[in-house]
Design a protein around this ligand. Structure first.
Ligand SMILES: Cc1cc2nc3c(=O)[nH]c(=O)nc-3n(C[C@H](O)[C@H](O)[C@H](O)COP(=O)(O)O)c2cc1C
Length: 187
């Protein structure tokens, strides 16, 4: 199994980058192959219908669509901005949703979030879930939201609270089972 992953933050010290990095390590322990993208390196321009009409989708969007064709599943860790999905992630979804066939169709997708708040970005993921569902992605109903994220990680990038790390590990295991179950839909 191979899984495409990225944190929807451009920040160097992003806690969502830490959470996606930890998730990648936990998946490697389960012998799952992953490809971790750097959201900043994607360098997507803002969606512009005139650009789409004259030149089609920009190269970064086409690259991402190519990755989606080759992956079995998608895991994203996203910040919550103003109780909702960050504009940068929405912009990415808007670009790739313009391709035919729909690149996110039937892609099992796990949503994670890290935030310094107590709720851990849960409200934002509810909106993120809607955008992915509109693109026919199979959003896994179980999500993992890490609160107090600025204090949550130890120096090795693990969660200081072992019970929380176990929960993340379990969510990943449940997601892998889900991916196995729905993979025939991609064919
Ligand atoms: C524009 C903006 C809006 C934000 N809104 C929220 C919010 O609604 N809820 C929340 O928990 N944190 C909010 N935050 C704080 C982010 O959770 C925090 O900046 C976090 O570190 C972002 O994730 P990152 O570290 O992965 O970049 C907001 C931050 C910004 C810049």
């Amino acid at each position: 199994m191979n899984i495409l992953m990225f944190a929807a933050s451009l920040r160097k010290e992003s806690v969502n980058k830490k959470l996606i990095g930890l998730s990648q390590n936990l998946l490697h322990q389960q012998k799952i192959d992953t490809l971790l993208l750097d959201f900043k390196e994607l360098n997507l321009p803002l969606y512009d219908g005139d650009v789409e009409t004259t030149s089609g989708l920009p190269l970064p969007a086409l690259k991402l669509i190519d990755h989606l064709k080759q992956t079995q599943a998608l895991i994203i860790s996203s910040p919550e901005y103003n109780f909702s999905i960050p504009g940068t992630l929405k912009n990415l979804i808007d670009w790739i949703s313009r391709a035919t066939p729909q690149p996110l169709k039937n892609i099992p997708t796990l949503l994670l979030s890290a935030s310094p708040s107590l709720t851990g970005g849960h409200r934002g993921l509810l909106h993120t879930q809607v955008a992915f569902t509109s693109c026919l992605s199979l959003v896994f109903p179980e999500m993992f939201c890490l609160g107090n994220a600025y204090e949550a990680f130890d120096v090795k990038g693990n969660l200081k609270d072992q019970s929380l790390q176990n929960r993340l590990q379990n969510t990943l295991k449940h997601f892998i089972n889900f991916v196995t179950a729905v993979t025939p839909l991609r064919k």
